[in-house]
Design a protein around this ligand. Structure first.
Ligand code: GDP
Length: 467
C-alpha cells in the first residue's frame, strides 16, 4: 500500500472514532434531557452497531492484500535497523577516546518517569552522535541494580567512573565527556527532542505508523530494556504461572491510584475502565461472536481493585498478580521487589492486544510505547481515560487545521484552515483543547477539524540509511 493510501485509511479510522466520541457524549446528554427515554437508548445502541460494523470493515480493509503482513514486516525491518544503529553507537572501539554522554539514573520519581528520562538521554546521544553511558550507582529502586534486570546500554563504557563531567552546552560543545540535566532544564534545546522523529526514517515511518514518535520511543526503550538472560527466564516463568496466552485477546487494564490521585490525576472508578473494555469486546463481537471468555490483564498500585473486579465482573478472566500491586504501594515502592513488579506489569501490559488506562501515568505510556515494537501499527490500540499521549518535557505537539471553525459556544476557539494548533488534550467527546499558535487564544474545537503534524529532525547517525 502507498503512503497516501495508508495515511488516508488511518484518517478515516480517526474520523470514525471522533464521530463515535461525539455521538456517545451527545446521547449521554440526551438521556438526561429525555429522562432515560428508551427510545434514545435504542437509537444509541443502533448507532453503536453502525460504528462497530464500520470499525470491523476498516479492519478488514486494512488487512486486505496482506497489507497487515507488510506492516508487521516493515515495522520489524525498521526496528532492526534502529537496533543496529544503536548497537553500533553504544559499542565504540575505545571508551577512553570516544565522545560520551553520561546520564544519571537518579531522578526522584517512579520507574516509568526514570525510564523516560533515560530514553530522553538516548535521544540526545543519538542526535549528537555520542555513546550513551548510564550511571545507575545511586538508583533509588536498587543501588547499581539496572544490570540485574537489563543488559547495560554500553557494556564496556558503563563500567568506567566518569565522576561529574560538565553539563551539555549545545551541539558545538567539543568536550569529550558530558552529562545531561533533566529534560525540563536542558538548554539549548535541540530540535531532535520529543516529539521529533529522525528525518532519515520519516518517509517509511509515516507510511507505516499512525504515531511515528511513539514507535521511535518504543524502539529506544526496547534497546534499553533488553532483559538479562536470568530475567528473561523469570519473565517466562511468570507468564506460565499467570497463564498469559499470546493467542488470546487480552486487554491490558492499568489503574493508577494512591499517590497519583488528586495530585497529578483524577480518580477513575473500575467501572469506567471496564466500560471501555466492554466496548472493545462488543465491537469484536459485532462481527463474530467471541467464543472465549473475555480476558484482561490487571495492573494497579491499588490492591483492592483485584477483589472488586472479581466481585463485579465474574464474566471476565482476570490475569495479574496482586502481590505486584501490593509491592507498588508507596510504602514499599522503592525496593527491589517493587521494581521487579513494575517491570513485569509493564511487560505484560505491553503484550496485550489493547490498553485501557490513563496516559497521565508513565507506567501505561511505557506499555503503549513497548507495544509498538510487537506490531505493525498499534497506534490506535488504546483508550486513555484522561490525557492524549505525550512525552514529559516535549517541545510541543501541534496540529494543522484542515477545516475552518467558528465557535458555537463561548469556550471554543476559531481558526481557518491552515492554522496551527498546539493541542493540550482530547476530551474524548468530539472536542479537543488547544491554543491557536501565535495567539493567546485557547479553547475547545472539534477534533476532526485538525490533522496531526509529525515533527522531524536531522539525525546524521541514520544518514547511510536514508531512502
Ligand atoms: P506515574 O507516576 O504513574 O506517572 O508513573 P511512575 O512510573 O513515574 O511512578 C509510579 C510508580 O508506582 C511505578 O514506577 C511503580 O513503582 C508504581 N506503580 C504504579 N502503577 C503500578 C502498577 O500497575 N503495577 C506496579 N507493579 N507498580 C505500579
Amino acid at each position: 500500500p502507498s503512503k497516501e493510501h495508508e495515511m488516508c485509511a488511518r484518517q478515516v479510522k480517526n474520523d470514525v472514532d471522533e464521530l463515535w466520541y461525539y455521538i456517545r457524549d451527545q446521547f449521554q446528554k440526551l438521556k438526561t434531557e429525555f429522562h432515560n427515554s428508551e427510545k434514545v437508548e435504542k437509537i444509541r445502541k443502533n448507532l453503536f452497531q453502525y460504528y462497530s460494523v464500520i470499525v470491523n470493515d476498516l479492519k478488514s480493509l486494512g488487512e486486505a492484500d496482506a497489507a497487515d503482513a507488510w506492516r508487521l514486516k516493515e515495522s520489524k525491518e525498521l526496528g532492526q535497523l534502529v537496533q543496529k544503529v544503536i548497537h553500533k553507537l553504544q559499542n565504540p572501539k575505545d571508551c577512553s577516546t570516544s565522545r560520551l554522554l553520561v546520564c544519571n539514573l537518579n531522578k526522584g520519581c517512579g520507574f516509568g518517569c526514570q525510564v523516560h528520562h533515560v530514553v530522553y538521554c538516548m535521544i540526545m546521544s543519538m542526535g549528537s552522535n555520542r555513546t550513551f553511558v548510564l550511571n545507575a550507582k545511586s538508583w533509588r529502586y536498587l543501588n547499581d541494580g539496572w544490570g540485574k534486570f537489563f543488559i547495560p546500554p554500553s557494556t564496556a563504557c558503563d563500567a568506567v567512573n566518569y565522576g561529574e563531567p560538565p553539563f551539555w552546552k549545545g551541539e558545538e560543545d567539543t568536550t569529550r565527556v558530558i552529562q545531561l540535566p533533566i529534560i525540563d532544564t536542558l538548554n539549548p534545546r535541540p530540535n531532535y527532542l520529543p516529539l521529533s522523529i529522525p528525518t532519515q526514517l520519516s518517509e517509511r515511518l509515516k507510511r507505516l505508523h499512525g504515531d511515528p514518535f511513539v514507535w521511535w520511543v518504543g524502539q529506544l526503550m526496547k534497546y534499553l530494556m533488553r532483559p538479562q538472560p536470568t530475567f528473561q527466564m523469570d519473565i517466562d516463568d511468570v507468564a506460565k504461572d499467570l497463564g498469559f496466552d499470546e493467542g488470546e485477546v487480552t486487554v491490558g487494564v492499568h489503574i493508577r491510584r494512591t499517590d497519583k490521585v488528586a495530585t497529578e490525576a483524577a480518580f477513575h472508578s473500575l467501572d469506567e475502565y471496564m466500560a471501555h473494555v466492554d466496548t472493545y469486546f462488543d465491537v469484536l463481537d459485532t462481527i463474530a461472536a467471541y467464543p472465549k471468555k473475555r480476558s484482561i490483564y490487571l495492573a494497579t498500585d491499588e490492591p483492592s481493585v483485584f477483589q472488586e473486579v472479581a466481585q463485579k465482573y465474574p464474566n471476565y478472566k482476570v490475569i495479574g498478580n496482586k502481590d505486584f500491586s501490593q509491592s507498588a504501594s508507596l510504602r514499599s515502592r522503592y525496593t527491589e521487589a517493587s521494581l521487579r513488579a513494575v517491570i513485569l506489569d509493564v511487560h505484560f501490559l505491553s503484550r496485550c492486544k489493547y490498553l485501557v488506562c490513563t496516559f497521565s501515568s508513565q507506567v501505561c505510556r511505557m506499555a503503549y510505547e513497548l507495544m509498538q515494537t510487537m506490531h505493525g501499527d498499534a497506534s490506535k490500540f488504546f483508550t486513555s481515560l484522561d490525557d492524549i499521549y505525550y512525552f514529559g518535557g516535549q517541545l510541543g505537539h501541534s496540529q494543522l487545521a484542515r477545516l475552518p471553525h467558528s465557535p458555537e459556544e463561548p469556550n471554543e476557539i476559531s481558526f481557518r484552515s491552515g492554522d496551527r494548533i498546539g493541542v493540550a488534550g482530547n476530551h474524548w467527546n468530539g472536542f479537543s483543547m488547544g491554543t491557536k499558535l501565535g495567539t493567546p487564544e485557547r479553547g475547545l474545537y472539534p477534533s476532526f477539524k485538525t490533522l496531526e503534524v509529525v515533527s522531524e529532525a536531522d539525525f546524521p547517525i541514520f544518514n547511510e540509511f536514508k531512502d
